[in-house]
Write a protein that binds this ligand. Sequence first.
Ligand code: GZL
Length: 360
Amino acid sequence: MKKKFLCTLISVVMTTAMLAGCGGGAKPTDAPAESKTESTKETDTADQTKTETKEEDAKESGESIVVGFSQVGAESDWRTANTSSMKSTFTEENGYTLLFDDAQQKQENQIKAVRNFIQQDVDYIVIAPVTETGWDTVLKEAQDAGIPVIIVDRMVDVSDDSLYTAWVGSNFLQEGYDAADWLAQYLDKQGRGSEEINIVTLQGTIGASAQIGRTNGVEERMKDHTNWKMLERQTGEFTQARGQEVMESFLKSYDDIDVVIAENDNMAFGAIDAIKAAGKTCGPNGDIIIVSFDAVAAAFDSMIAGDMNVSVECNPLHGPRVAELIQKLEKGETVDKIAYVEEGVYPADTAEAKKPTREY
Ligand code: GZL
C-alpha cells in the first residue's frame, strides 16, 4: 500500500494542480476515470516475462491498483466461477490491473507466480492455495517486499499468521457437517434411520482445506450414526474424469453401495456416469444416494434430471469480498483476519425453483 499510496499522492497532487484551473480533484481512494493499462494480463506460468511496460507505467503513475492473483487451476465448474468472480471484479473500470496466473493445480507453479508478482512489485498478492502447507518461505519473501497477501478459498497452514493479511473463504468443516446432517434427515424420512448404510467417498485434492474440512465434518458426524459404514475413501482430485475412474473402481469392489459422498459436483458428475454405465441407478428415485458439494449450475441441472440428491453450497464469488478488503487497506483501515462467505444446502426437491436465483 505504501508504494501505491505514494504514487497516488503524487498523481493526486499533479492531477489537482492540473485541474486547479477547471476545479475539483481526485481523492487518493477514487478509482481513476480511466487507466492506460491492460485490465487483465494472463501470465502463463511457463511465461516468466516481466510485466508489460505499460502496466509498470500505470503502477508508477498510481493510475490503478495492481493485483497479482495466483489461481489453483481450472479443474472444476466451481473454479471457473471463482476465476470469473475475480476477473469481473478486478477490472480497469474498477481501478485495477489484474495479473492472473493459472497454476494447473501445481503448488510449484503458484510459488513461481508469487515470486513473479514480487519481482513485478505489485500492490497486492491474492492466492487461492492448492494445498495448505509449503507457503512459509514465499509468503516471507512477499512480506519482506512489503506486499500484503490475501488468501482466498482454501487456507494456508503457516508458522506465523502475520505472513498473510486476511483470508476469505468457506467453513469446510461446517459443509461436511451440513452434508451428513442432510443425509441423516433424508434417511429418517425414508424410514432407513437405523438401517446399515454403506458409503463411499470421492475426496478432493488431498491436503486442500476443502477436502480436509469436508472429510472431517462427515467423519465426526458418523460417530452419531453407528449404522453408517464408510467402505472406502479415495481422491478424485476434484475432477470429473478422476471421479468417474474412482467410482468405477468402487463399483467393482462393492456391490452394495447406498451413498456416494462426492467432495465436489464435478466428481459427482463422473460418479453418476460410472453408476449408469454399470447398469445401476442413482438420485431421489435410484438405488444410490448422491451427496455433493459446491452447488454449481450444472449440479442444479443434475438434480432436476433426477441424478443427484443434494449439493452443499460452496460460494466461489470471492471477488467483491477481496476488493472490499483492498479498499479498506488502501484507506489504512484494519481488516478481519478471517471472513466466511454465506452458504446453504440445496436438495433436489427445491432445485427447479432455486435454479433461476443462482449467480453461478
Ligand atoms: C472449495 C474449492 C474446491 C471446490 C472444488 O472452496 O477449493 O476446489 O469445492 C474446487 O470444486 O476444485
